[in-house]
Design a protein around this ligand. Sequence first.
Ligand SMILES: *Cc1c(COP(=O)(O)O)cnc(C)c1O
Length: 387
Amino acid sequence: MYVVAKNPFLCTMKGIQMVDLSAQYAKIKPAIDSAIAEVLDSAVFIGGQKVESFALELGAYLGAEHVIPCANGTDALQIALMALGLKPGDEVITPSFTYIATTEVIALLGLTPVFVEVDPQTYCISLAAIEAAITPRTKAIVPVHLYGQAANMNAIMEIAAKHQLFVVEDNAQAIGSDYHLANGQRVKTGTIGHIGCTSFFPSKNLGCYGDGGALYTQDAELAQKIKMIANHGQKVKYVHDVVGCNSRLDSLQAAILSVKLRQLDNYIDARRTVAEAYDAAFAQIPALTIPFRAPDSKHVFHQYTLRVAGGQREALQAHLQNLGVPTMIYYPIPAHKQHMFAAFGVQDLQLPLTEQLCTEVLSLPIHTEMDEAQQQYIIESVLSYFK
Ligand SMILES: *Cc1c(COP(=O)(O)O)cnc(C)c1O
């Protein structure tokens, strides 16, 4: 039915991209440029008012009592685990189907990553798998709100309370997502566990123009520890109480993020609009599974990720590439199969769904600036494969 014409976007200067940050910048250029100019004029490049005010703005947006900016999302996860006072050999339960940073920091700190299976609908950590993995050495759970879909935090917090475990939310892909607590309250993901962690990597839903990250918590004592750890373990200058690290969000990035935070809800809406059109187009294709939207949360579509059945993913990806439609595979290798974790003896661990997802997932371009013509072209390109 569909005839895919020669890619109209190949003829123009710029083809279809996974993320279009230059078109996004063009729309907010005056505000960004003046925020940057202010920092340059002030010559305060580290710390200062821009960083403080961004932390307060983000806290207000998220409903988080304490926001501590840091250098990137990986540092945020590392600092979170450091702040919990865990000891070498303590076990941290985490999905294997995630970006490597989530699991890497656990091993880096001498803790033991316990890789578990994901849920077949959300692709986030499986509740049954968490319960089965708990031992007397388990100290924390790190759920990942993958692709912008929240993990089942109500149940995770219940399990954590029952076993007295810490919960660190990897919120790098879901900032701005609303979550409905069991008590009827509506909160933001990342503010439910003991600590939430975010990345401001440029392509994230709230991205800066370099590296950045943040931790947030409702607990004043944890906030104090996090602040110290991110700043060489010091509370008073040149007095170092604990071994920490140096992890700062710089003032230029903070100024940029303050401008972009005001757009975050619009950006989420734009992503959801794209996702709805994709859903409508692909729901009836038997080989494709469209993203699940859990009723207890608002999917913010950091990625729009299809499952492609029947071993056809690579062929579909090649078909799309020929038509000038880029795609990505998040993630091709599960964490437990990575050589970096060989010392934990997890190579032969059986996580069948995780391993299957790694062979089936395919993420389509989705971003805040996608126009209808581009989207229609992508949809027709996908459909043309199944003709
Ligand atoms: C991006 C990301 C991180 C790491 O963030 P960086 O800022 O790149 O260090 C961690 N976890 C997940 C799930 C991510 O998507």
